[in-house]
Ligand binder design. Structure first.
Ligand SMILES: [Zn+2]
Length: 288
């Protein structure tokens, strides 16, 4: 269970009913007619059931909220009771609570990620040195020197669709058409001839996507992530607005996703650049 501390600035984690009941201002049997709610302090999902803290309810539940009442005491209410007894105000508090929690988690995430920026820099060098630079250079050379003209257009189309299979198609021979006409005892239509076309897979372009995606090795590792690191180094989380906190948290989470994407691209490049694969592309260039 995540719970906002009373100062509203940090998150205290409570892990059991005992910890909830042990809070100094916690009380049971709170009469909802005598109090209003100030705020939601926390949301819980425990494995066991306990009675609702409202005196007119007492329904046993395992999912609910720890709330702060107008008289400054805390109690627990089941997840349906809040709306039942406190109406639309409770719905607003729920939304505000969820947003507060998200912002606080995002702030912690940003602070953790900023501490790891040196690790991020090392990872960039490591990926570039362990195949990234080499794959980029070889793919660029292949595009510039070997895959020119129509073949480049075809490979770009393959890279976009991710379709790696190479098929040879066979039109029906005159003999097959005649045989079919004998079998049907009539002329066959052009549609029927089209339906007689067969295709057979003759090869695979391994790592087809790499033909276009290789460029990202440089854009992501040389431009995007380093720029993000530079900006992130100057962040002061205390002065950011809540919406800015959420955006920054997401951007920093994107670094890991960026690395994963680049690792996949480097693997695709390696598969693409195998000589046998390049030979296949050259041999079947008319079928791509
Ligand atoms: Zn209740």
């Amino acid at each position: 269970m995540n719970i906002l501390s009373e100062d509203g600035k940090s998150i205290v984690r409570l892990s059991s009913w005992e910890e909830v009941f042990a809070r100094p201002d916690f009380q049971r049997d709170v009469d909802p007619k005598e109090v209003t709610l100030k705020t939601i302090l926390g949301r819980y999902e425990f494995g066991t059931k306990e009675a609702c803290g409202l005196s007119n309810c007492h329904t046993k539940h395992q999912n609910g909220y720890l709330v702060l009442c107008s008289n400054n005491i805390e109690t627990n209410i089941g997840h349906k009771c809040g709306k039942n007894y406190f109406g639309v105000d409770f719905e607003h508090m729920k939304k505000a609570f969820r947003k507060d929690l998200n912002v606080r988690n995002a702030r912690i995430n940003i602070e953790e990620k900023i501490c790891q920026l040196d690790v991020v820099k090392k990872r960039i060098s490591s990926i570039l040195q362990n195949g990234g630079n080499e794959c980029f250079a070889k793919m660029r050379d292949y595009r510039d020197k070997s895959a020119t003209g129509a073949i480049r257009v075809k490979l770009e189309r393959r890279a976009k669709s991710g379709d790696e299979k190479i098929f040879q198609t066979y039109e029906p021979t005159q003999k097959e058409i005649e045989f079919e006409e004998v079998r049907l005892n009539r002329r066959v239509s052009s549609d029927e001839i089209a339906a007689m076309i067969t295709k057979e897979q003759v090869g695979v372009i391994y790592g087809a996507k790499a033909f276009s995606s290789y460029a990202k090795i440089k854009t992501v590792l040389i431009d995007e992530i380093p720029n993000l690191i530079k900006q992130a180094g100057n962040i002061d989380t205390a002065s950011l607005r809540p919406d800015e906190i959420l955006v920054w948290s997401k951007r920093l989470d994107g670094i890991e996703a960026g690395f994963e994407e680049i690792q996949r691209i480097v693997e695709d490049c390696k598969r693409f650049l195998v000589q046998g694969n390049l030979d296949t592309i050259a041999r079947y260039s008319h079928l791509l």
